[in-house]
Design a protein around this ligand. Structure first.
Ligand SMILES: Cc1cc2nc3c(=O)[nH]c(=O)nc-3n(C[C@H](O)[C@H](O)[C@H](O)COP(=O)(O)OP(=O)(O)OC[C@H]3O[C@@H](n4cnc5c(N)ncnc54)[C@H](O)[C@@H]3O)c2cc1C
Length: 251
């Protein structure tokens, strides 16, 4: 791997007006065996914005208890009238349970995104690494990259039926890693995939996965000489803990 301390990329932060929006489920489909795609609609979307592919918003779930449950999800695609969310179908979580049962006409409130972080700089190659929960951001990222951009993805999914096809103008190399959802906490397949590739100079690496996995991938990159300013790593969920994440893994 390469050392690339000069001209590190910068993160351009934008704040958005924080508001809640009341939406309705307009469509629900099983995109792949472990991914539920929900299309949400509502007049409240007229001023919805999301300017970075790894933005997140809250799904606000009104359960039986007094206080609602909130979980983070990526705006996979949006317009002034429609918002697409891809939800991993995993056992034992209120957000996944809600998505599995969601029917056309159901109501849902969302909050945010409260801000966006765009990575800017002289980036020759993007390396996007993650598990199923990162796939909405990775998919959006790859689709939004322009002609001439180079991007490699390393994504862990249960098997080939959970792989996704993406439309992109960019030069995209996909590496799909197959392992059961129960092994989503094992970093070994990602580290082996990294060891098998040459990371070109001026590669920005974005990582999102279960927190221990994301941390192990970041450490492995650092141990192999990748500069920390060229890495952004997040724990999108924490094994064994509800409503948990580590959005900015650092030293
Ligand atoms: C910035 C950001 C963006 C995200 N975007 C998306 C997205 O677009 N789509 C998406 O599906 N997820 C996304 N996630 C991850 C999602 O927020 C978590 O998976 C969340 O915990 C799911 O809530 P839940 O109510 O289903 O489960 P919780 O109630 O939070 O957790 C219940 C149990 O399930 C476990 N668990 C949580 N997630 C998983 C999983 N994926 N696989 C296996 N076990 C799990 C927990 O460890 C816990 O033991 C994102 C997270 C962040 C921080």
């Amino acid at each position: 791997m390469t050392d690339q301390t000069a001209d590190a990329p910068r993160i351009a932060r934008t704040r958005h007006a924080l508001r809640r929006r009341s939406l309705t489920v307009a469509a629900s489909e099983k995109l792949t065996p472990h991914m539920i795609r929900l299309t949400l609609q509502g007049a409240d979307l007229h001023d919805f914005t999301s300017t970075a592919p790894d933005d997140h918003m809250k799904l606000i779930l009104q359960g039986d208890g007094d206080s609602p449950q909130m979980r983070d999800y990526t705006p996979r695609r949006f317009s002034a009238s429609e918002l697409v969310v891809d939800v991993v179908d995993h056992p034992g979580g209120p957000a996944a349970d809600w998505a599995r049962d969601a029917a056309v006409g159901d109501s849902i409130t969302i909050g945010g995104p409260r801000g966006s972080q765009r990575i800017e700089g002289d980036i020759a190659h993007w390396l996007l690494i993650g598990d199923e929960t990162a796939l909405p951001a990775i998919g959006r990222w790859i689709e939004e990259l322009p002609d001439g951009a180079r991007v490699t993805s390393i994504v862990g999914v249960p098997d080939a039926t959970d792989e996704q096809t993406l439309d992109t103008a960019a030069d995209w190399q996909a590496h799909w890693l197959h392992r059961p959802l129960k092994q989503a906490t094992d970093p070994a397949p990602y580290l082996a995939a990294l060891d098998a590739m040459t990371v070109p100079p001026r590669t920005f690496v974005w990582v999102a996965a279960e927190a221990q996995v994301a941390r192990a991938i970041r450490t492995h990159l650092l141990d192999n000489g990748h500069d920390k300013q060229w890495i952004k790593a997040s724990g999108y969920w924490v094994a064994g803990q509800a409503d948990a994440s580590d959005k900015a893994i650092g030293d």
